[in-house]
Design a protein around this ligand. Sequence first.
Ligand SMILES: Cc1cc2nc3c(=O)[nH]c(=O)nc-3n(C[C@H](O)[C@H](O)[C@H](O)COP(=O)(O)OP(=O)(O)OC[C@H]3O[C@@H](n4cnc5c(N)ncnc54)[C@H](O)[C@@H]3O)c2cc1C
Length: 299
Amino acid sequence: MRTQTFARLYMEEFGETVLFDEPMSRRTTFRAGGTVAAFIKPRTVEELSWLLENAREESVPVLVMGRGSNLLFTDGKHDLAVVCLTDLNRITRQGSSLTALAGCSLGSLAAYAAGEGLAGLEFASGIPGTVGGAVYMNAGAYGGEIKDVAVSVTVLREGGIAVLPAAECGFGYRRSVFQDTGDVVLSASVALSPGEKGEIRARMAELNQRRNEKQPIDKPSAGSTFKRPQGDYAARLIEAAGLKGLTVGGAQVSVKHAGFVINTGDATASDILALMDEVQKRVFDFSGILLEPEVKIIR
Ligand SMILES: Cc1cc2nc3c(=O)[nH]c(=O)nc-3n(C[C@H](O)[C@H](O)[C@H](O)COP(=O)(O)OP(=O)(O)OC[C@H]3O[C@@H](n4cnc5c(N)ncnc54)[C@H](O)[C@@H]3O)c2cc1C
């Protein structure tokens, strides 16, 4: 079945709106990239299950996303139904654990935890993604990672629901098993510890200030463009290779933080990819290390 026909069926079934030929420059933090055939924001878990099940039966290509803060769609048209989960964002508390639906932003979850006097998510408060994207990426900052707090992850898998204990999530540096299985993260439970609200909020503010000082967060980007190579830092290598400020079209290696490729205003995805290639080549020539992209590229 054609992707847009499928999206129309969803609209009829649930009376929801779908955006057709939606530019992903509007939906990703890089503010670049081509269009997708259909952009869908389910409002309930039932709608999400319907979408995944019917897309599978009709062989319609689907990509599930959160806030698009680690995604780059190449320029041109993508025959894809993009399912964005940001409307699925409920948080519940059980003792000192919280369970959040996949579309909940990490910032909201960290703020909620602080309001409940629960410590452990301060590291995540400035990461601009969702719980689903953070589990998929095992996002981390300032010495903390999702794997340190995750207890279990609930996924939608081939029409059913499975609950995986954290030990079965294959967490590693910016890795989870979900990058291989294609499971859709529906929710995650995190174990936190009782703390003093003021102290938790002060720690979050301190980390966010450090982030503001070091990172070009006022410019469109996808955060760290490359993963940290073993025993080194991508930003250190890029800077040492003399690549700060290197520009292709509207894409630039940030002068503030060499680990970030930024969109200076009118970058195309091709500019960003060409710059990433050039950085990889020059860092390799300089150090013999091949940087691996952290940003997920949808071709
Ligand atoms: C300014 C800035 C700073 C950043 N700082 C950090 C940082 O400190 N640490 C860090 O780790 N990252 C950082 N990032 C990167 C990014 O925020 C994280 O990778 C985040 O976890 C991505 O979440 P998202 O909801 O935006 O995912 P998206 O970008 O929407 O998706 C990323 C990947 O996850 C998949 N995915 C998303 N949701 C689901 C789901 N429910 N089920 C299955 N797969 C899913 C998508 O298909 C895609 O492959 C930063 C980004 C920016 C722009």
